[in-house]
Design a protein around this ligand. Sequence first.
Ligand code: HEM
Ligand code: HEM
Length: 180
Amino acid sequence: MSTLSDTPARYGPISKWLHWGMALLFAAQFVSAALRWWLPRDHAVRDFFWSYHTDLGVALLLLVLLRGAWGLMNIKNRPSVHDGLIGRLATVGHLAIYALMVVVPLIRVIAAAGSDRGLSFFGLRIFPAQQPEITWLTSFSEWHGELGWILALLIVGHITMAVGWHHLIKRDGSLQRMTR
Ligand code: HEM
Ligand code: HEM
């Protein structure tokens, strides 16, 4: 295994870059969603932040697939999860975060494929506009926002556990495995 790979003692540089880079991008994505919900229509700040939501969302979908593939390639060398109930909950929590990181953008991309606007990714047309809309495809968007907010809650729980429980209370070095 190369120095880029994970080891049982710590996550390697690729896993770390993916984790922290995507954490920043997810923060930007949730800011755009929160302002869309919070500010009135036609508000300049809302429009500015909303303007990148689709491109960033599709980019995050591609990044999570890359991260999942890299995680699977490293599965035998990754730092082991903690023992006991907390450890099992952490594994379930990480898996739930992974699942939602895929499902949330994927269902919106599927819905866009059937919509009257289609889908472009940084100016590149992926799906043409549909006239009339393909309603069984557009119906996939119904859960996008709700599942997105559930993902946000899981992430808040994840950060609370990583910083509050592991770093400040147990002081077990878990945080350092992702930072060193
Ligand atoms: C991981 C990536 C994504 C996250 C975390 C996310 C999150 C969210 C959230 C929380 C909302 C609800 C906003 C509100 O309450 O007003 C929302 C709405 C929306 N998102 Fe995303 N999103 C992501 C990816 C995408 C992608 C890839 C697309 C387009 C292909 C997209 C298009 C939309 C649209 C059009 C809405 C408005 C409501 C709807 O039509 O469903 N999002 N997103
Ligand atoms: C301040 C923000 C964050 C902190 C302090 C943090 C901390 C950590 C730490 C310490 C680990 C390693 C856990 C272990 O070895 O047991 C980890 C793993 C993980 N984190 Fe975070 N995290 C943050 C943000 C995020 C965000 C925004 C996401 C998802 C969008 C996320 C998803 C994950 C996942 C899925 C893992 C499992 C390892 C992997 O496959 O990447 N984290 N995090």
